[in-house]
Design a protein around this ligand. Structure first.
Ligand SMILES: [Zn+2]
Length: 394
């Protein structure tokens, strides 16, 4: 618990209005920048033109590419080839997880000029990545994936032979994470819902991870408290929106830090094959599965590992999220699972069958879910237990 190492983190600028610091931070790296953004989340807002004016004033030249969906290895390779001769000084990703992950991978490969397939985990030769990576600056416009704080870029190809895998290395961690909660203004409610449940799941899974430690636990708890207070009201556009945006941006940033340091659990283990084989947004997988996965984790531990320390942690999470004390653990566990299910319903997160998953395909999903995230789940689940998680949300 008190033996831990903390891997590299970005320098972090957090708070409403911090976007204004971006032009000077870019200038600190040089005069040629590659901007990687989503299709709309930033370029369609009134932040774009003033930002471009600021670059001009500093005689910074830029190229701009947009990422329309969860990035594939082929897209990353294409962009790396396209921009091979531009001698950029820095890469800036501005957008949701897709734009940030694409930018992170491109920054890692522009100088190396190799296919990302050479480095992806679990597919291809898995060559050791030695860099050099270009400096990367991450500016999230959604509150969810935490990609601004992590060392991996998730890339996927979708379909029957699809995969969803990470290009992962300490050298890929952003130099700066600029987290400006005001950017969430352009985030539609369904994106707030799915991304918010991703952040919540990441905090919960890293809190009970087999690699957890006291330092990261403190961050996970702080993030869970913020998500508890802000996610539902922000989705409903209810109350103090400025404060809710701050809390969700904070929860998402912390979830990226915690997952990068101690890993995740069964929800993210399943998110990998589900996102590869079906057109399911990552946040929707997390939101739809978190209640059933929590239930199966707790039930399996009670049955097979009653002394597992994660049970006490789930009890603590129940007290934090439900904001009350419980007379016995069973009541607390039930209340926690019910609350998570209630949030899933309130946020209108669809069941898996909505995206085409059928019971006959569960074996294939289960056979492909034991990647890195599943390895830090607090209990090793058997295939039947994993099937139960999926069946509950089919
Ligand atoms: Zn996630």
């Amino acid at each position: 618990m008190f033996n831990f190492s903390i891997a590299r983190l970005p320098r972090i600028e957090f708070g409403a209005g911090t976007l204004k610091k971006l032009p000077d931070i870019i200038a600190g790296y040089g005069s040629r920048v590659l901007l990687v953004t989503g299709v709309r989340s930033f370029t369609n807002t009134d932040n774009w033109q003033p930002f471009i004016e600021q670059l001009k004033q500093r005689t910074i030249s830029w190229q701009h590419c947009t990422i329309a969906e969860e990035p594939s290895p082929a897209l990353v390779d294409d962009l790396v080839k396209t921009y091979a001769d531009h001698s950029f000084d820095v890469v800036v990703g501005i957008g949701g997880g897709s734009a940030l992950d694409a930018a992170k991978a491109i920054a890692g490969l522009l100088k190396v000029q190799r296919s990302v397939m050479d480095y992806l985990e679990g597919v291809g030769p898995e060559l050791p990545y030695a860099g050099p990576a270009l400096p990367f600056i991450a500016v999230p416009t959604t509150a969810g994936t935490g990609s601004e704080a992590t060392k991996n870029a998730v890339l996927s190809t979708q379909g029957e032979h699809g995969f969803k895998k990470s290009f992962r290395h300490d050298k890929l961690v952003a130099e700066y994470a600029i987290v400006d909660p005001d950017l969430l203004r352009s985030c539609p409610p369904e994106v707030i819902a799915a991304n918010g449940m991703d952040a919540l799941t990441q905090l919960l899974e890293s809190y009970v991870s087999t690699k957890s430690n006291a330092f990261i636990d403190a961050l996970a708890i702080s993030g869970l408290q913020a998500a508890r207070d802000a996610l539902i009201p922000l989705y409903r556009q209810d109350g103090q929106l400025q404060e809710h945006r701050e809390k969700m941006a904070y929860a998402a940033l912390l979830s990226g830090i915690t997952l990068a340091q101690v890993g995740l659990g069964s929800v993210h283990g399943l998110a990998s094959p589900l996102g590869a084989f079906y057109p399911i947004p990552h946040g929707a997988v997390c939101g739809t599965l978190v209640a059933s996965a929590t239930r199966i984790n707790i039930r399996s531990m009670l049955a097979r590992e009653p002394n597992n320390q994660a049970l006490a942690k789930y009890l603590h999470v129940a007290e934090i999220l439900c904001q009350k004390r419980f007379i016995d653990p069973e009541t607390a566990f039930t209340a926690l699972i019910d609350l998570l299910a209630q949030w899933t319903a309130e946020l209108a997160l669809p069941r898996l069958s909505h995206y085409g998953l059928q019971e006959t395909a569960l074996d294939k999903v289960i056979a492909n879910c034991r990647g890195s995230s599943m390895k830090t789940n607090p209990i090793v689940l058997n295939d039947e237990e994993i099937r139960q998680i999926l069946l509950e949300r089919l």
